[in-house]
Structures are given as structure tokens and as C-alpha cells.
Design a binder for this molecule. Structure first.
Ligand code: PEP
Ligand code: MN
Length: 360
């Protein structure tokens, strides 16, 4: 698959004055609920009305979606409000039903993107249609798997494409439900700048009061749109209650977000920007140079340890370094999380260097 403008034509043709907005409940629950939320969202920035019809739940026994009947409710949404509709499909039968009921945009969920068999089945079922298909990142942070899914659809002649960044599972407990790993979304954008990328702050955060900040970060990183779960009575929602916002809150979020331009031609801005970037380039080179020097010293320590037959890892020493660096970092405005990540990476590289020497 090559980067090409064809993939984002559907979005460019919409000529939106704001990021693309996909909103609606996590799950379709009842006809009244689906229509109530749709009418509340009718005259807002929302471009596509979402509702999950088949819900992939981590463990059985929870509400697993209303099934095909919900597609009739989405048809009503379209008739009554004129809004386009969107839902998740996870197999051939879902695709066929969604097509029969004229759903406008289909997305592939995070738990499906991990399975090339499922993605291929969906791609085959879609072949020859002109639906918009968005592919959520797989639950694990694997860029190839994510891109592989996009390629399977592209090869099935689905050219109205896009991806949804919904964060990644970790064993580690963090403030997020699924950690964003922004770096992956940035890498994807730099490889495929014409592939629309939508952020899903609802599934990244799992908490409604964090949605604004994550949305703002996404827009600052040039994302093309947002998918935000919206429910008229979030606390009573049958799935993902903690992360859904009301239609009013959604409108407020959209109003408060600062939508930034990708570039600006203004001369002073550009000269200031190049000056600052030149400074960053110098510092980045210094960082690499310093790291190289640090690892050389590490190699020397490796040689000493080898001579005396001492283990590579000394936990006390490592904990002392970490503690010091967190304090030093704090004084320079660096978050503990960043310092920890950075030093874990440096430490790992150091261990790799010493292992090589000791086992030579
Ligand atoms: C959803 O959008 O409701 C959903 C199930 O998302 P994900 O596939 O990201 O978990
Ligand atoms: Mn959900």
C-alpha cells in the first residue's frame, strides 16, 4: 500500500470547518435511547452518529449488544435527523447486515484488528462496496498489525479509509484505560500522511473528565477527527458508563477545543520557528553524543565486572540513580513518568552493552 490522497478523498470532500466528529452511545440499548441521543446531537458538529450493535465484551455475561434490530433504529436515526450512521463490524454476517441497513461508515474494533483472519473476512465481505471503513488500532501496540489490517482493506478495493487511535492495553496500571502511546500514532502519520486518523479519547481514558485533554492533545498532533461516546444518561449506560459524556458536554468540549492549523505561511512565525528548531537540533545531537559517551563508560564497567566475575545488575545502585534523577528532573520541570521511562531505557541499553562484554 502506498500513501495516496485517494484514501482521504472522502474526508476532504466533506470540506469540514472543524475536525470530523463521530459521536453517539457506546451501545444501542433501546429504540428510544438511540433516537433520543440522535435528536440531541442533530444540530451539533457531529458528522456521524455511532452506536455499537454487537459489543465485544472482555468477559461473557455482560450486555453483548442488541444485535440486528439496532440497525433498524440507526435507519430511523438517518430518516429522522439526516445524520449519517456508523457501527462496528466484526465478521461477515455483521458486514452483510450493516450493508443491508445502509450504515454509512463501518469500523473494525481493536479486538478484531489483532486477527488477520477476521480482518480478511471483513475485507472480503466488503469487496466492491464504497463504504468508509475505519480501523481501530489493535489492543497491543503493534504498528505492523495495524497497518496490515489497513492493507487488507485497501487490497479489497476499499479506498475510503482511515484509522482510529483508541490506545493500547498494558499490564501496568496507569491513569488511562488504554495508554495512548502517541509515538505510534505519530509514526503512522509520518508513514501515511494521507490516511485520515481519528482519535478515540473515550476508550483511551475510560473516564469522562479526561476526555477534553486527550482530545486537545490529538488535535495538537494534527489528528483529523474525534470519536467520542455520548449518552443522554451516561451513568445508566449499559456499557462503558464511566467514559460517556452527555450531548451538552460534547458540545462544550467541541467549543473549548483549540483547533490549530497544520502550518502557517507568516514570515515572523516561520523565522522564529526555524530558530527554535535549530536549537532543538543542536540539543538532540548533544543528547545522542552524551548517550554514546555514557555507554562507553558502561562498557568499561562491564570489563571491570567481567574481571571480577560480578553480576551486571546491581539493584541498589540502580534505585539510587533513579531516585536522584527523579528529584533532579522535578527541578527542571520533567515529570516523574518521563524520567522513569527515559532512565529505564538508558539502563536497558547499558545492561545490553555490559551483557555483550561479559559474555564475549
Ligand atoms: C467501541 O468503540 O465501543 C469499542 C468497543 O471500542 P474498541 O474496539 O476500541 O474497544
Ligand atoms: Mn465503548
Amino acid at each position: 500500500m502506498e500513501n495516496n490522497k485517494e484514501m482521504r478523498k472522502w474526508l476532504d470532500d466533506m470540506n469540514l470547518p472543524h475536525p470530523l466528529v463521530i459521536a453517539g452511545p457506546c451501545s444501542a440499548e433501546t429504540e428510544e435511547q438511540v433516537l433520543k441521543i440522535a435528536h440531541d446531537l442533530k444540530d451539533t458538529d457531529v458528522n456521524y452518529y455511532r452506536a455499537g450493535i454487537w459489543k465485544p465484551r472482555t468477559r461473557p455475561g455482560n450486555f453483548e449488544g442488541v444485535g440486528a434490530i439496532g440497525l433498524k433504529w440507526l435507519q430511523k436515526v438517518k430518516e429522522e435527523t439526516g445524520m449519517k450512521t456508523a457501527t462496528e463490524v466484526a465478521n461477515r454476517a455483521h458486514v452483510e447486515l450493516a450493508l443491508e441497513h445502509d450504515v454509512d461508515l463501518l469500523w473494525i474494533g481493536a479486538r478484531s484488528t489483532v486477527s488477520p483472519f477476521i480482518v480478511q473476512e471483513i475485507a472480503d465481505a466488503l469487496e466492491g462496496t464504497d463504504k468508509i471503513v475505519l480501523i481501530k488500532n489493535p489492543v497491543n501496540p503493534d504498528l505492523s498489525l495495524w497497518l496490515g489490517a489497513v492493507e487488507r482493506l485497501y487490497s479489497a478495493n476499499i479506498k475510503k479509509l482511515g484509522v482510529i487511535h483508541r490506545g493500547f492495553s498494558t499490564y501496568e496500571k496507569t491513569k488511562y484505560r488504554n495508554i495512548p502511546e502517541w509515538q505510534m500514532a505519530i509514526e503512522l502519520q509520518s508513514k501515511f500522511p494521507d490516511l485520515p486518523i481519528i482519535n478515540d479519547p473515550s476508550h483511551i481514558t475510560g473516564k469522562r473528565d479526561m476526555i477534553f485533554d486527550v482530545s486537545q492533545t490529538a488535535l495538537d498532533l494534527n489528528f483529523d477527527g474525534l470519536m467520542i461516546e455520548t449518552h443522554h444518561d451516561p451513568d445508566s449506560a449499559w456499557s462503558d458508563a464511566a467514559q460517556q459524556v452527555t450531548p451538552n458536554t460534547l458540545v462544550q468540549i467541541m467549543r473549548d477545543l483549540r483547533i490549530r492549523k497544520e502550518t502557517d505561511e507568516e514570515a515572523e512565525y516561520n523565522s522564529n520557528l526555524s530558530n527554535l528548531r535549530a536549537q532543538i537540533d543542536v540539543i538532540d545531537n548533544q543528547i545522542i553524543d552524551t548517550m554514546g559517551k555514557r555507554m562507553k563508560i558502561s562498557d568499561e564497567i562491564g570489563k571491570l565486572k567481567k574481571k571480577r566475575n560480578v553480576a551486571v545488575l546491581q539493584s541498589n545502585r540502580w534505585n539510587a540513580i533513579l531516585g536522584n534523577m527523579i528529584l533532579e528532573g522535578e527541578q527542571r520541570g520533567l515529570s516523574e513518568e518521563f524520567v522513569l521511562r527515559m532512565f529505564k531505557a538508558i539502563h536497558q541499553e547499558s545492561i545490553n552493552h555490559q551483557e555483550k562484554i561479559i559474555n564475549k
